[in-house]
Design a protein around this ligand. Structure first.
Ligand code: AMP
Length: 410
């Protein structure tokens, strides 16, 4: 038997229904805030992610599905959505539009991670990007929109962690300070952290081994080193959240796995998710557009995992599909009338299903009950129909041409 690749999954109809509901919430919540939907290609030039996400990140170092397109160009299945949206912003000259340009997406992403519950190699994210605004209101609004989405989806046990990474200059100085601190304590660090002190010292905050964690408890914090403008920006974001009644905890060790963040970073976690607790996160990336050869443009965004949101919601069973009419065939030669009846019903805006499995009449009625049909039209061989109201059990004879009208008026 050929199976789906490790870390991937099929979306079966019940699941598809839950996903559609989630997408409808995203469209409603983000659309109401002025976000328009964007879809970028599934693969992009590898360089976009190497530059946009950062060479030193886990994503670029070991998680990308990269291939040669046969013509000597290196392409990569998109591991995240922000760099592609920025690429599209630059490519389509969106800086000429009224700013900020607000975009959202629901797309699949690809990362070669070790699969486990809530962590897949192909997964979906709802993301939103507000490009062209430096205002702290933008950061706060994105956080509130994601909180609203999580609330609408019914995600349980949600907590918000918040921090600021400052500007690249502050961060560079702080990185040097942190490197010195880590080098002075190398023997107590895990091998992985030790090897990357010079490349990416901030990742030491993400480490889970006791030795490194011990060292990090005393480590200098970037939040204590923010320059006055960054500190003011962060204070305003917090104030807006406080006023809006959005609970959060300041977590100075919050490091997102992507290099492009500046100033605000945030992450929503859910207690019910276990090891992979992040449901969605994001932050400000004021330097990314320039990194991609675009005009200097401040921007902020988030991405939330569709599967994680559904897991955090406890995946309630999808409501049964609404079926107005099931067309049962008393005899197989009633198919012509039944076929036409199903088309007429659908044209009239009803949902109608035709018996397709050659079941006995008893079997067909059982099936109609199972799928929750309101009415069953039992088509006889003379073009006459017996219409059964499945709720009351009442049955009456009528002409095939009158069935749609009868079902329309309950
Ligand atoms: P990130 O871009 O890594 O910040 O991811 C944003 C969100 O996408 C996370 O909070 C998760 O909900 C989701 N996510 C990231 N990686 C995966 C994955 N491998 N499988 C499923 N969901 C993921």
């Amino acid at each position: 038997m050929i199976r789906a690749p490790r870390g991937t999954f099929d979306v079966l109809p019940d699941d598809a229904a839950r996903r559609r509901t989630l997408e409808a919430h995203a469209e409603r919540i983000l659309g109401a805030a002025g976000y328009g939907q964007i879809e970028t290609p599934t693969f992009e030039a590898t360089e976009l992610f190497a530059r946009g996400v950062g060479e030193a990140t886990d994503i670029v170092r070991k998680e990308m599905y990269t291939f040669d397109d046969g013509g000597g160009r290196s392409l990569t299945l998109r591991p995240e959505g922000t760099a592609p949206v920025c690429r599209a912003y630059i490519e389509h000259g969106m800086h000429k539009l009224p700013q900020p340009v607000k975009l959202w997406y629901l797309s699949s992403f690809f990362r070669a991670e070790a699969p486990q519950r809530g962590r897949y190699r192909q997964f979906w994210q709802v993301g939103a990007e507000a490009i062209g605004s430096a205002a702290p209101e933008t950061d706060a609004e994105l956080i509130v929109l994601l909180a609203d989405l999580l609330g609408a989806v019914g995600a349980k046990g949600v907590r918000l962690r918040l921090s600021s990474l400052g500007t690249p200059e502050t961060r560079a100085e702080y990185r040097e300070e942190l490197k010195l601190y880590l080098h002075a304590r190398e023997s107590r660090l895990s091998e992985d952290v030790r090897e990357r002190i010079d490349q990416n010292p901030l990742r030491a905050f993400d480490a889970t081994d006791p030795g490194t964690r011990d060292v990090m408890r005393e480590a200098p914090l970037l939040l204590d080193r923010l320059d006055p403008q960054d500190a003011a920006h962060f204070a305003q974001v917090r104030e807006l959240l406080d006023t809006g009644g959005v609970g959060y905890e300041i977590d100075p060790s919050l490091v997102r796995g992507l290099d492009y963040y500046t100033r605000t970073v945030f992450e929503f976690e859910s207690d019910v998710l276990g090891a992979q607790s992040g449901v969605g996160g994001g932050g400000r990336y004021d330097g990314l557009m320039e990194e991609l050869d675009g005009p200097a443009t401040p921007a902020c965004g988030f991405a939330a995992g569709v599967e994680r949101m559904l897991l955090a919601a406890g995946e309630p069973p999808a409501p049964p599909d609404h079926v107005d009419l099931f067309i049962a065939l008393a005899k197989p030669n009633g198919a012509g009338t039944g076929f036409e009846l199903s088309r007429a019903a659908r044209r009239a805006g009803l949902s109608a299903q035709l018996e397709l499995a050659g079941r006995s009449l008893k079997g067909q009625l059982k099936h109609a009950d199972r799928i929750g049909a309101r009415y069953v039209a039992i088509v006889g061989d003379d073009g006459h129909v017996s219409l059964k109201d499945m709720e009351s059990g009442q049955q009456r004879e009528l002409d095939a041409a009158d069935v749609v009208q009868a079902v329309r008026k309950p």
